[in-house]
Design a protein around this ligand. Structure first.
Ligand code: DX5
Ligand code: ZN
Length: 226
């Protein structure tokens, strides 16, 4: 069964703690924090202090927090984000020329290392690094904003990645999918072989309550795995 991960980018920041508690009460056990610098992506978001606040609430529920670094030279901020509580750090393949060193540093600092791929980046570019990560984040939108449409080619990309991992005996490596995940697309993602679906607006921005949104996503995902 695919795991659901709540991306706080679409939350109401004036009520972030309460909104996260609602998501946890509905069964969510993973949180995703998007860090944007206005350079790698055309938007700005949050830094280590927000992560620290998220971590205080996630600890109450025993949930795990991943930080998705959409910033140039992500290695400059690994220590700051891990000290602030990141349990998984995701860096972009397009943005880290010394990726094996960066991934090793993340692990050395005590977090899980993960690599993200933009929609235009082919899966084969991961060949040299998949053995060094605990998960891969497949972007199903060009990163920078919540609420974008799921890129239809993502399903085939997830399947190709699943094959690459299986061929190398790396089925322990998780596949997370980020962008445009909602009740209509989570089934596609689950069937293609992803282990984790990141959802922002489908959890925090839809018209229903957070509990109802989480329930709708879980039901849609369950339908796909039957
Ligand atoms: C986009 C971010 C996503 C974003 C997803 O750049 O990486 O994590 O929050 O938002 P939705 O689920 O609304 O597409
Ligand atoms: Zn993200």
């Amino acid at each position: 069964m695919i795991e659901l991960c709540a991306s706080v980018l679409s939350a109401d920041f004036s009520r972030l703690g309460d909104q996260l508690r609602e998501a946890f009460a509905a069964g969510v056990r993973r949180v995703h924090v998007d860090v944007m610098d206005g350079q790698f992506v055309p938007n700005l978001s949050m830094g280590p202090e927000v992560l620290r606040a998220v971590r205080r609430v996630s600890d109450e529920a025993g949930a795990k927090v991943a930080v998705h670094l959409m910033i140039v030279q992500p290695e400059r901020f690994l220590e700051a984000f891990i000290a602030a509580g990141a349990q998984r750090v995701i860096v972009h393949l397009e943005n880290a020329p010394h990726l094996t060193r960066t991934l090793a540093r993340i692990r050395e600092l005590g977090a899980e290392a993960s690599v993200a791929l933009n929609p235009a980046t082919p899966v084969w570019m991961l060949e040299e690094v998949v053995a060094h990560v605990s998960s891969v984040l497949v972007m199903s939108v060009d990163p920078g904003f919540g609420g974008q449409r799921f890129h239809p080619d993502s399903a085939r990309k997830i399947e190709r990645l699943r094959r690459l991992l299986d061929e190398r005996g790396l089925s322990r490596v998780g596949i997370s999918v980020d962008g445009g995940v909602n009740a209509a697309t989570i089934g596609i993602v689950a069937r293609a072989g992803a282990s984790c679906a990141v959802a922002g607006s489908a959890i925090f921005n839809d018209h229903a309550s957070i509990a109802d949104n989480v329930q709708a996503l879980a039901t849609a995902a369950l339908g796909a795995s039957l």
